[in-house]
Design a protein around this ligand. Structure first.
Ligand SMILES: [Zn+2]
Length: 415
């Protein structure tokens, strides 16, 4: 058992009674033999797109929750860019209700910052908070107007809500399909410069300092943005960030074949940026790993590179990629890896989760370090198949996912 909240790393039975972690002697229910495996607090993915309401052919709350469970996640936070946008309490309540009835993991909605995520008028943030949102973000669309962002941060501060920004200056990134550099030139694709992310991170950190709001950079991908977040932290500002597995596992050199499954925002960056992201994970500048799971139905993603939408699925490959690039590569300890998926995001969002302490919610992620397995996107629990990791061989990955004391998913050979 590894529990970063208490620093425990050793052999111990984990007992869950009535949905809560409890002392071992009262345990008399079904036993899951996790000998030789790692038992960790339930993993939290704070950045997921579930496409319901409105785009259910790509993903639903139910199918997305199944993909989450298959990836070892017990809690996921869903971004508001549904149809309609989750910018008012009615939509928030709908998501909460659907999740209660159909999801096999915990689903926590994130509300929009502005109405329709259009970046103009503030959304109904107060009533959405009462309905259950855990943060606000216009993810997918940045809040371009600095005055609107300042007002949002002031309001979020008064409510104690986290503000998450998808950092992209749309004037700098306009029309771009991949990272701007030698590879975009060689491939003849239009570039998205690193500065389109950097200038927004810089602006937002200044506004966070002005307003005192808790501010979080979504899917950080550039070396300058990582450096700015580290600087903000060194000044004691309430600034945090996440990165995604694809932003530390792939570079813009991987785009060779115009494969649309390598098209995402922010785009895959250079090996220097990937190095800085991994260094940021090692140093603690980066607080959490989130997948930015972005399902798109086959016919939409299977268009020519310039026309297809941005984003890839990611829930089922996150642990495998993180083990490969961070733990097996000897960059961080297993304890640190678990922290990035548990106390890291729980601390950013101020969730009462992410620990196996006595009395905590009975959510656990069981994974192993050495099993050889192959990811086959055709067997994905997600309704969409847009992953660049189809056919990839992994060493170690999720074994079972426990939510509220119930095993909601286990690896195929254990069924
Ligand atoms: Zn985004």
């Amino acid at each position: 058992m590894i529990d970063p909240a208490s620093g425990f790393d050793g052999v111990r039975d984990v007992c869950i009674v009535d949905g809560r972690i409890t002392q071992g002697w009262r345990c008399d229910g079904p036993v899951f033999d996790a000998a030789g495996m790692i038992v960790a607090p339930g993993f939290i993915d704070m950045h997921v797109h579930l496409r319901e309401p409105g785009i259910e052919h790509a993903e639903t709350i139910e199918s997305g929750s199944r993909a989450a469970a298959a990836g070892g996640f017990t809690t996921i936070c869903c971004m508001p860019n549904t149809i309609p946008v989750n910018d008012n309490a009615t939509v928030t309540s709908y998501i909460v209700e659907r999740a209660r009835n159909a999801a096999i993991v915990n689903v926590l909605p994130i509300g929009a910052i502005t109405k329709g995520s259009k970046g103009e008028e503030l959304a109904a943030i107060g009533s959405m908070k009462q309905a259950g949102i855990v943060a606000i973000s216009d993810d997918g669309k940045p809040v371009m107007n600095s005055r609107v962002m300042r007002r949002a941060m002031e309001f979020a501060k008064s409510l104690g809500l986290l503000v998450i920004d998808h950092c992209e200056d749309l004037n700098l990134s306009a029309g771009g399909d991949m990272h701007e550099g030698t590879h975009s030139t060689r491939l003849g694709l239009r570039g998205i410069p690193a500065s389109s992310e950097d200038v927004m991170v810089a602006r937002d950190i200044l506004l966070a300092e002005t307003t005192g709001a808790r501010y979080h950079v979504a899917h950080i991908s550039t070396r300058r943005s990582v450096a700015m977040v580290a600087f903000a932290k060194s000044k004691g500002l309430p600034v945090t960030c996440e990165t995604t597995p694809h932003h530390f596992a792939l570079t813009d050199e991987d785009l060779e074949n115009y494969d649309s499954n390598y098209k995402m925002k922010p785009p895959l960056r250079t090996h220097l940026d990937v190095g800085a992201v991994i260094d940021g994970i090692v140093s603690g500048a980066i607080d959490a790993i989130a997948t930015d799971h972005a399902p798109h139905a086959g016919d939409e993603k299977m268009q020519e590179f310039e026309r297809c939408p941005f984003g890839i699925t990611g829930l089922e490959t996150a642990i495998g990629l993180s083990l490969e690039k961070l733990v097996h590569a000897n960059r961080i300890s297993l304890m640190h890896l678990v922290r990035l998926f548990t106390t890291g995001p729980a601390g950013v969002l101020k969730l009462d989760r992410g620990t196996l302490a006595e009395g905590a919610v009975g959510d656990a992620t069981i994974f192993d370090l050495d099993s050889e397995w192959r990811y086959e996107v055709s067997k994905s629990e997600s309704k969409s198949k847009n992953s660049p990791f189809d056919g990839k061989q992994f060493r170690g990955g999720p074994v079972a996912t426990i939510v509220g004391g119930n095993v909601v998913w286990r690896r195929e050979e254990l069924r």
